[in-house]
Design a protein around this ligand. Structure first.
Ligand code: NAD
Length: 316
């Protein structure tokens, strides 16, 4: 079957790179991007529609117009911004997902990608090598909405046969698009500031270890999951996925190997610290490896070199 993809929330950190990869794979006209805000630029032939995911009738109109075979729903309010606007975060993250799931059932669109997050874990979840199934007591509105979203995805799969696929992304590191208000944003800002000013104040404490993933691996993993044979998939809530775990201190040391004059300091009392402290340090992704062959390729050293090489060109 010829694939046609509608991506919602496509102008953000992940969508902009995932859409580019999907256009390479399926051809430019096969990927329709949409977002509540217009993109900075569109290359020739790229299709874009302005869309608010909370406006169900407008989504329906686009689904009828393009008849996509797959929907990627990336619109969400992330963890740090969500703490400033909890009601709006809940509304966007839950009702956006429900709108898409209900319309997918109504219009017979089976294949959907929706990302969850390591924010589904909480203070009583094991911190090291956190397993797929364990105590999950998220205490950020973002994490609560993602855990509820996971349950909805599994429910719609079981009840209506939707082929929903999902990954619990760790913090995603990338240089092309700046991050959208998450707790792991420091790990991107630190590279931008290393090039721009040679110094950076991390909003997380130096020893805060969190799971992260380089964008190239995230995009490849997402497409590999979407390509996997349906029968191989044993998880319809969301797959644990691991890349690299590191602390602000470790990333700063890695940057200093390339930029020896780089200076780092650490802020006190940032509200994002409490969210970070409730999240795992590392993730057990056995199920993703077994079910669809997941394997990350970047380690901290390779990622640091690639980030700095690309940002030197981008920011010059
Ligand atoms: P982002 O904030 O960079 O992008 C989200 C996009 O959604 C933005 O372009 C925004 O304009 C759009 N949007 C907001 N409200 C909308 C609405 N009402 N209708 C349509 N579009 C709307 O986020 P991202 O980092 O690209 O994250 C994408 C997905 O991945 C989200 O579900 C997020 O929770 C998840 N995720 C991201 C990370 C990460 O590190 N970036 C980690 C875990 C999970």
């Amino acid at each position: 079957m010829k694939e046609c993809i509608l991506m919602i929330g496509a102008n953000g950190q992940i969508g902009s790179e995932l859409a580019a990869a999907l256009r390479l794979k399926f051809g430019t006209p096969a990927v329709i991007t949409s977002d509540i805000r217009a993109p900075k630029e569109l290359a020739e032939g790229e299709l874009f529609e302005t869309l608010n995911v909370l406006d169900k009738e407008s989504i329906k109109a686009l689904l009828i117009k393009y008849k996509p075979t797959q929907i990627y729903l990336l619109a969400a309010m992330l963890s740090a911004t969500g703490e400033q606007y909890p009601q709006k975060a809940w509304d966007l993250n839950m009702n956006g997902l429900l709108n898409v799931l209900d319309l997918a059932v109504e219009l017979g669109i089976k294949k959907i990608f929706w990302p969850s997050s390591i924010a589904v874990f909480g203070p009583h979840s094991p911190k090291v090598n956190t397993s797929q199934y364990c105590i999950m007591d998220p205490n950020s509105i973002y994490g609560i909405s993602k855990l509820a979203g996971e349950r909805l995805c599994e429910y719609y799969h079981n009840k209506y046969g939707l082929d929903i696929r999902s990954i619990r992304y760790p913090g995603i590191i990338s240089w092309r698009t700046e991050p959208g208000g998450g707790t792991t944003d420091y790990a991107i800002h630190i590279f931008f500031e290393a090039i721009r000013s040679g110094k950076y104040t991390s909003f997380l404490a130096e020893g805060t270890e969190l799971p992260m993933l380089y964008m190239d691996d995230a995009v490849r993993g997402t497409i590999e999951l979407m390509d996997a044979p349906e029968d191989n998939l044993t998880i319809r809530s969301s797959y644990n996925l691991a890349g690299i775990s590191f602390t602000p201190k470790q990333i700063a040391e890695e940057i200093k190997k390339i930029l020896p004059n780089f200076e780092v300091s650490y802020a006190d009392n940032d509200p994002r610290q409490a969210i970070a402290d409730s999240w795992p340090k590392s993730i057990d992704d056995t199920q993703a490896r077994e079910d669809w062959g997941w394997k990350p390729t970047y380690d901290l050293t390779e990622m640091t070199k690639d980030m700095l090489d690309n940002l030197k060109i981008k920011l010059q």
